[in-house]
Design a binder for this molecule. Sequence first.
Ligand code: NAD
Length: 535
Amino acid sequence: MNTLTNTITVKSPADGSVIGEVPISSPQEIDETIARSERAFQDWKQTSIPERVSILRNLRRIILSERQAMIDLVALEQGKPKTEALIVEISPVLETLAFLIHDAPKILAPRRSSPKGPYLRGRSSTLYFHPYGIWTVISPWNYPINTPIVQLCAILFAGNTAILKPSPLTPLCGQWLVDAMHRAGFPKDVVQVVQGGATEGELLLSDPRVRSVLVTGSVATGRRVMEVAAQTNKKVVLELGGKDPAIVLSDADLERSAKGVVWAGMMNAGQTCAAIERVYVEQAVYEPFTQLLKKEIEALRVGNPLTGDPDMGPVVAPFQIEKIDAHVQDSVAKGARLLCGGKRLTELGELYYAPTLLTDVNHDMQIMREETFGPVLAVQAVQSEEEAILKANDSAYGLTASIWTRSRERAQRMAPRLECGAVTVNSHMTSFSDGCGCWGGFKDTGIGRTHGEFGLYELVQTQHVQENYVAKPEIWWYPYSERVRQITDDLYALIAEQRLGKRLALMKRFSAQTGYLNRFMTSHKTMPGLLRYLK
Ligand code: NAD
């Protein structure tokens, strides 16, 4: 970012070439963007669900028909190999769109509910799901299309408007996806883009007209976002960093598991929040498994994603390669074994790092504690399932984890004990693609959820409308009296009573007071309702 010229100079990580200049949004432009979003909200929230669904269908067609342009841009601006971009930037979007088109209308439809207790029987309750208003979506660079687009589609589907602030490393992808959404039919002011970095993000966050924020980024950014957003009581959803463990049990299919662990560790040059960074392997298979990992890693083809179709491209920027190298050096200095990689591939360019395998690591090393976000797998032996769980949970992060085993029983016993938002068995990272699932982290990794039903509920405020058309006054209204006190007290005594004989006696007393009860309960269904309540 060049604050003198107020532009972002966009460079391709593949070869360092300048591929664009993007103006940074000025404070006045940000103010006007928010004002437009606020006005647009008034109309957008009135649109029908079928109208919104039809725009989402258009968007799906655009993404599919323009997929080549999209993956070319991702490869150019972010450095993903094109085959990889075709798979990982598009398939999660299709899954989310399918969820929004087919399932979400039912989930956000008004819902009837009925109170259980005798007090409120006879009245009807309806839950309505209302949009918040303006959401700001603050995005990282590592999945510059799929992450913001799935979030924006759900936000708009729920009747909100949105302002995207993409990462300053991938502003072109951010602009592309917002343009695609406009071409699909979302009105221009319903989804807009603000370009810039932390300063521009904070201008959005500190504005009271922006009601809610969904941030995907590092833990440090999440903390700062909460501080700023707290000043105007915003709704905050945080999707932050990870340090995901894979647990490889002795009964696993080792060859398949090695392929899967290497893919989930190295994909996007390891720059994935849910990448496998820590591998815990049961002692019995530790040696053969690390040898299989080495074979798989050494077979990876690293290269320029613009001139070929390698398995792995560059990392995104110099700060990334510095951190990766520092973590590797720290591990080696503390006694880890470097089985392959561990160096920059300067012959390819400034930002290429060799896929790396470290074994005999421990939790005193940075590589097992801090997010590395690079093509490095760090492997440690464990003696038992119990030790694997303890080690996996010994982290400030809690995004996802995977268990590799042939035993359903072992997997199902272990999965609920892992402190993270998603566990996959014999695969890794696939839960993000599941638009009907649930995405988000435990511990420092985040607050709230995206994806599926629980993700949708984050984007709306629930309103409870309770109706009562009984003409008589409520019994608890003034004036208070001994009679009212007695009936209430008897009711509580009945609810508290566990002994059948006593309960029947209290019920008899209630029946004798039918006149009061009918008024009190406001419904003739009182006794069956009461019995159900007492069960
Ligand atoms: P980052 O935290 O540096 O930046 C993320 C976004 O926040 C950028 O748009 C940035 O400009 C903005 N930002 C930074 N400071 C801000 C502030 N004070 N106020 C407002 N906005 C601010 O992260 P990054 O390097 O772009 O992305 C990598 C991180 O994102 C990793 O930690 C990764 O694990 C995480 N991530 C998490 C998920 C998830 O789903 N949990 C997904 C992708 C990436």
